[in-house]
Write a protein that binds this ligand. Structure first.
Ligand code: DP6
Length: 376
């Protein structure tokens, strides 16, 4: 007999950034963070978890059809934690099948390029944990599961929820209070849009895991960020989301991205994730905001050159429409009905750099958390 369960899980893009670990083994962060979950119609991982006495004795994981190493500490931690929750269930009810001792077979597919700086590890570990929790019939809440997903990849803990999500850093050494919680559901502020400018689908050079360790070890700016800047931004961001105040949301989002990339520059040797194309995107967003006379668009960059530009639906024309006109024919615009708008408000040099450097756009929006799918 084969037991199995499936789920999807979304990507999330942080607006208050996680960067730095106080415990690299448990992925306990040096500061709290907040993200927006993006729609799974555009970006998601689909994962099926199966177990059976008839499987080969070792656990296995296929990602986009290629076998992955499951012996790494992070995957092992997720398997171990989920198995022990299942074992506790089995111990309390002897009529349950003994799934906790059976080998696991995990099959995952991304509908977007892996490791292009599009937070694939977040969706990946969230889907893995959610799928096995479904397979094991665990009653654990998303917050409880976030403790496990965090050990796979820090940012994954935020992908167990839809909408606007905070990861509370916690203070305990065992990580039991380092958990994700919902700030607001997607339905609270459903008009949030995200335009992703894909600058390069190549594998990134410095992984977030090693990059943030070097930052913690060498950057002095980092300490100020963790102790003073982020706590202030956390408070301002939660308030902006609760009040649906885009100007405040946008200002904090941009300042956060700038602060995070400044600590990267201050790392020794320096880490550089943003490139000339990224800076051209910053210029374009500034020009759009200047023209609008207020903040209507907000850029943010993770551990790679891609720009994510948040804006509200009502400003689609003056944000996405202007970028569409500037970029001309790159793929991705087909997915939404965006009218190109005059882009003469933009700096011509920025437009040239963007045109050369952007290979694809993804138009998406705030979305829901993991969704259980047909067992197939
Ligand atoms: C810049 O979650 O990928 O995207 O915990 O080592 O797996 P690990 O790191 P990861 O780091 C994400 C960093 C970031 C900011 C963020 O998502 O908050």
């Amino acid at each position: 007999k084969i037991y199995q369960a499936s789920t999807t899980a979304p990507v999330n893009i942080a607006v208050v950034k996680y960067w730095g670990k106080r415990d690299p083994k448990l992925n306990l962060p040096t500061n709290s963070s907040i993200s927006v979950t993006l729609s799974q119609s555009d970006l998601r991982t689909h994962t099926t978890a199966a177990c059976s006495a008839s499987f080969p004795t070792s656990d296995s994981l296929l990602l986009n059809s290629s076998p992955q190493d499951v012996t790494g500490a992070r995957t092992q931690a997720c398997f171990r934690e989920l198995r022990s929750l299942r074992a506790a269930l089995e111990a309390s009810d002897s009529s349950l099948p003994k799934l906790s001792t059976l080998p696991l077979k995990i099959v995952s597919e991304n509908n977007f390029p892996t490791a292009a700086g599009l937070a694939s590890s977040a969706a990946g570990f969230a889907a893995l944990v959610r799928a096995i929790a479904n397979l094991y019939d665990l009653s654990s809440s998303p917050t409880e599961l976030s403790r496990i997903a965090r050990q796979g990849s820090g940012s994954a803990c935020r992908s167990l929820f839809g909408g606007y999500v905070a990861w509370q850093m916690g203070t305990k050494d065992d990580g039991s209070d380092s958990l994700a919680v919902e700030v607001a559901p997607a339905s609270h502020w459903p008009t949030m849009r995200a335009l992703i400018l894909v600058a390069s689908a190549k594998q990134k050079k410095v992984s977030s895991t090693s990059g943030m360790q070097t930052t913690v070890a060498t950057s002095e700016l980092f300490q100020r960020r963790a102790e003073i800047v982020v706590p202030k931004h956390m408070e301002e961001m939660e308030k902006a989301i609760k009040e649906k105040d885009f100007e405040a949301f946008g200002r904090v989002t941009m300042k956060e991205s700038n602060s995070f990339h400044s600590t990267c520059s201050d790392t020794f040797p320096p880490i550089r994730y943003m490139n000339d194309v990224s800076w051209a995107a910053v210029g374009v967003v500034e020009d759009i905001n200047r023209k609008a006379g207020k903040i209507v668009a907000a850029y943010t960059f993770d551990a790679g050159p891609n720009a994510v530009i948040y804006y509200e639906e009502a400003n689609t024309d003056i944000v996405a429409g202007v970028v569409k006109e500037a970029l001309g024919s790159v793929s991705g615009w087909e997915s939404r009905d965006i009218k190109a708008q005059a882009s003469d408000v933009l700096d011509a040099a920025d437009v040239e750099v963007l045109k050369k450097g952007i290979t694809r756009v993804i138009l998406t929006q705030v979305g829901e958390g993991p969704i259980r799918t047909e067992e197939s």
